[in-house]
Structure formats: structure tokens, C-alpha cells
Design a protein around this ligand. Structure first.
Ligand SMILES: Cc1ncc(COP(=O)(O)OP(=O)(O)O)c(N)n1
Ligand code: 3NM
Ligand code: MG
Length: 201
């Protein structure tokens, strides 16, 4: 079985130094860290990449949410496009070196992302989560339908725990994306090891 991917999404609430400290410790166990810092300016996000690099986090593990300019300028792996971001096809056409992930919330969005050349999609939110308060979760069956409807990897997001990771993998996900379960854990290293063990079984 191909090893499933573990993406970590920054909360936007932690100080850059605090995030860098945590990722500096857990990066050997993760595939990608996404900087999703919606209230920060481009320069601040760029500086966060520098902090991560200082902690020896490989640039090849860093994705930038939305900001194609920052992703290019900082030479990271790629960009995670949100619903308000530039279209996938434009980013793929103009920035060929970037890996492009797209956040989707339906079969139709996933298929459009695939047609436009996305390298993978993140689908959610699968389970209810404090990180998306008041929004009804999509559930495991929709995850299954989305996974069936595209050929590119589908990464599940939203309320993912170590134990339900197995269920989402069985539903066709090629990996999981986690925010609070690791970055807000009392012991992020222990938490990431737990996710990793469920994803590797
Ligand atoms: C139904 C639905 N639409 C949009 C969003 C949020 O979109 P996304 O692009 O994933 O942005 P963030 O999750 O990063 O805020 C959603 N969750 N649900
Ligand atoms: C950033 C994000 N996007 C989602 C989506 O469905 O598009 S769910 C989500 C938050 C995931 O946080 P947690 O791991 O704490 O549940
Ligand atoms: Mg999202």
C-alpha cells in the first residue's frame, strides 16, 4: 500500500516563532506544512517561510495558501488554492514549477479542479470541527463519491483524528490534512506520531 500523505495546516492563530518551533520538531513525520495565514501580509508569510527554513524544514514540504506570489518568491513546493484564489488553470499555465492543490467542497468542484490541472484536491470538511464552526460536515459518503469521481489524489480535511484517518483512507482519500489535531495538541510530536501510525497501517 502506498504511504498516505499527512498535510498540516497552520491555524493562523499561533505566533510565527511558535509555529516554527513545532514544525521544526515534527517535520520528519509530515509530508506538507501549509501556511494558511489569512490575515497576514505577503511579507509576513514570506518571513514565516524563512523561519521554517531556519528550523531545517525542507522547502519541498511547504505549501502556501492562496498567495501564488509568496510561493514563487520563497521557492516552496507549491500553492493551495482556495475558492477565492486565482483559478487553477491560470496558476498552472503561468507558474509551471508550482505544485497546485485546490480546496474543494463538492464533486463538481473536484472535477473542475482536475480538468484545470490541479495536482490534488483537499475535500472537506468531512467531520464537524471547531475549525469550521456552524457548518454542516460533508460526511464520509461524500468523500467516497468525490474520491470515485476524480483520478487525482483526494486529501480529506475537517475534524480528522488519528482513529478516523483509517476510515477516510478506506473511503478513497490518499491522505489527510490536519489543523487543530496536531497544532493545538498538548504534545504535537506525540500527536503526529499517532496520525502517522494510523496512516501507515
Ligand atoms: C461549502 C464551502 N465553501 C467554501 C469553504 C471554504 O473554502 P476554502 O477554499 O477551503 O477556504 P478555507 O477552508 O481555507 O477557509 C468551505 N469550507 N465550505
Ligand atoms: C482549513 C480548513 N478547510 C476546510 C474545508 O473544508 O475546506 S476544513 C478546515 C479546517 C480543518 O481543521 P481541523 O483539522 O482542526 O478540523
Ligand atoms: Mg478549506
Amino acid at each position: 500500500m502506498k504511504t498516505k500523505k499527512l498535510h498540516i495546516i497552520s491555524t493562523g492563530k499561533q505566533k510565527p516563532e511558535q509555529l516554527a518551533e513545532i514544525i521544526g520538531v515534527i517535520h520528519p513525520y509530515i509530508d506538507f506544512i501549509h501556511l494558511r495565514e489569512k490575515t497576514k501580509r505577503a511579507k509576513e508569510v514570506y518571513e514565516m517561510v524563512e523561519l521554517l527554513a531556519d528550523k531545517k524544514v525542507p522547502l519541498s514540504k511547504i505549501m502556501i495558501n492562496d498567495r501564488v506570489d509568496v510561493a514563487c518568491a520563497s521557492n516552496v513546493k507549491g500553492v493551495q488554492l482556495a475558492y477565492h484564489s486565482l483559478p487553477v488553470e491560470i496558476v498552472k499555465r503561468e507558474f509551471m514549477d508550482l505544485t497546485v492543490g485546490c480546496s474543494v467542497h463538492s464533486i463538481e468542484e473536484a472535477q473542475i479542479a482536475e480538468q484545470q490541472g490541479a495536482d490534488y484536491v483537499i475535500f472537506g470538511h468531512v467531520y464537524s470541527t471547531q475549525s469550521k464552526p456552524g457548518l454542516i460536515p460533508k460526511g464520509i459518503e461524500q468523500l467516497w463519491s468525490v474520491s470515485e469521481s476524480v483520478s487525482i489524489p483526494v486529501i480529506a480535511i475537517g475534524g480528522i483524528t488519528p482513529t478516523n484517518s483509517r476510515e477516510v483512507i478506506e473511503a478513497g482519500a490518499q491522505g489527510v490534512a490536519v489543523m487543530s489535531g496536531i497544532l493545538e495538541a498538548e504534545d504535537p510530536l506525540e500527536a503526529v506520531k499517532q496520525y502517522r501510525s494510523y496512516l501507515s497501517e
